[in-house]
Structures are given as structure tokens and as C-alpha cells.
Design a protein around this ligand. Sequence first.
Ligand code: BGC
Length: 379
Amino acid sequence: MKKILMTLFSFTALLFILVACDNNGDNGYDNGDENGYEENGDDNDTAEGNEGFVGVSMPSLALERWERDGTQMEANLIAAGFTVDLQFAQDDVATQINQIENMITAGVDILVVAPIDGETLTGVLESAHAQGIYVIAYDRLIMDSEYVSYYVTFDNFYVGVTQGNFLVDALGLGQGDGPFNIELFGGSPDDNNAFFFFEGAMSVLQEHIDSGELNVVSGQTDMMQIGILGWGTADAQVRMDNLLSAYYSDTELHAVLSPNDSLALGIVSSLENLGFGDTLPMPVVTGQDGDLANVQSILAGGQAMTVFKDTRVLAEAATRMVTEILNGETVTVNDTETYDNNVRVVPTFLAEVFTVTADNVYEILVESGFYTAEELGLD
Ligand code: BGC
């Protein structure tokens, strides 16, 4: 069902549309402002002197990016004058629900939530709504609830397109060579983003599979076969081990579509254990996030690329959204068509992503201050 819904959106329509949303939307809230149109950014973005209590619920501290997202947002919100309760839920749904309930009881004005499982928060969002609390879905969409006020995320479909395009270039598809052998990995099927990443990548790769230039040797191309529940590194490693022993004892493997860095770590470990990157050439492995271990792997010739999501940018966009909502201002969004959570199309702000390879690590990650040269062993 989810997959079908994901295919219904029109990607082309969303790019570069800057639409400001009416805060008197159909999610039952009214914070006063109507029909405004506003360019990205306003005077109050990080101004001090705002008032309000913000609950920030992040999935876990296990994945590097969530820690960065949470702490960055907390710092931005405090600098903007808000009071913040930041919680990480150890990738446990019950813990996340409990933490959000406590935030509601403590009297937050607004919740910023990156759900562990997008389909489990309907009840707690009803409680939030009953208290007049706004809800921003952060990075991952909260499904099946009319009480998601806004969504702030990276351009998820484009993340997948970027990975697909990278594979096309790296393998030289379309130039008469090949066929090339590839295996596909999907993200966690309980994460709405995982479907966008996969659809985005397949929007580029499918024609090459159909033409026979790309061969998925295992034949596993369905999200339900290739998805790794919980985005676990160890589970990705086990699946890669199994694929290698079942299909590649005598067959070359040229590429692996990995939707993110936590899976890429497991995939590359599996490959390295079997001599890829040493006695055998390393297949082209994609990723997403720009986690430290993965960037180090890119520099060492393991993983080939990562789609960098600058959590500083997303945290800033979320802070702006909180400020705009609580001050009754027009909320800056740039997509009002794509993110249907099965109940409503949630007005969204999409932030940009960047491809990082060994060639531009310094420029994108060091010069922007995301990592130090020392952390990456570049000084
Ligand atoms: C995020 C990715 C992250 C993955 C695993 C997704 O929802 O968008 O950036 O790698 O979850 O935590």
C-alpha cells in the first residue's frame, strides 16, 4: 500500500516551487496567518527573544546523524530564545511514545519528531492535538495522522536519484559496455523515506536493468526482499554475506546500491572480508549521510560515495519553522504535493543534498566545518 502511494507523486512538480502555506490548514490549528508568500528566510530566524517550549524527539543516539541533528537543533532553538526538551529514544518505539507523552504533560507548545516507525504515533499525536500542540515531522514523515502540521526533510527522492546517477557514471552505463552485476539494498520498510530513496534510485536504474546492461544476479528487487528493518549495519552485512556466498562465488559483482551509510558500512565490511578491495576489485557502493566512518572509508577506497545531508541546514530549517509557527507567521515550505501521509498532504520544506566522493571531501566537508581535516586524516 505504502509503495503504491509512493509511486503516485509527481516529482517534477515539486522542484524549486516555493509556496508558503496557510496556517489555517486542515490540520485543525489556527495560528492566525493566512495565504502569505515568503521567500526562504526571515528576520526572526535565529533572533533571540522568542518564547515557547519545544519538545524534540529523535530516534536514537546509535546513528551518528541523529545525535548531530538533535544537539544542533537544541543549540539553535536555545539561541533563538526557546526552552527545549531533547530526547533520544534508543530506537525503541515504546520509549519514543513515552518520551513524547511526557513532553505533552510537561506543557510543550510544539513537538519536533523524527519517528522511529512512522506508523506508530497516531495515538500520541491525538493527545498532542487535544492540547493544541503543533507537530513538525523531522526528516521522516509521521504517517496516518491528520495532526502533522508540517514536515521538514531533505529531498528524499533526489537522494535516490543521486545514488542512481552516480552508479550510471561510475559504471559507464549507456556506453555499450557491460553487462554489469549489481545488488540492491533498501532501507527500513517502516521508514517512509526508505521508499522515496528506492523509488528515486530506480527511476534512474530501471531502464538499465530493463535493457540488460545491469543485472541483479540474485533477482531480488522488491523492497520487501531487499529492505533492512531498522537500518542495521550488522543485518546489512549478513545479507551481503548471504548474497556473496549464494550468487557470487564465480561471478563478478560490480556495484551495490546502498541507501545509506549504516548499511554501506556492513556491506563494505562483508566485501572486504572476502577480499574485495584487495585481491578483487571493490564494487561501487553508494551511501547517504556523510557519517565519519563512511567518509573515512571513501578516502580509503572502500565505499565510493555518500549523499551528504548537512544536519546543520536541516536543524536551522526546523528552527525557522518552529519560530514561524509559534509567532503566527507564514511558514516557509517548498513542497505542497509530495508527502501524503495517508491522511493529508503535509506541507514540507525540502533541504538540498550533495554528492561527496574522495575528490570533493575536503571542499564539502572540511571547508564547511563539518569535519576537521584531522578527523578525516587529511592534515
Ligand atoms: C534518514 C537517513 C538515515 C536513515 C537511518 C532515514 O530516515 O533519512 O538519513 O540514514 O533514516 O537512520
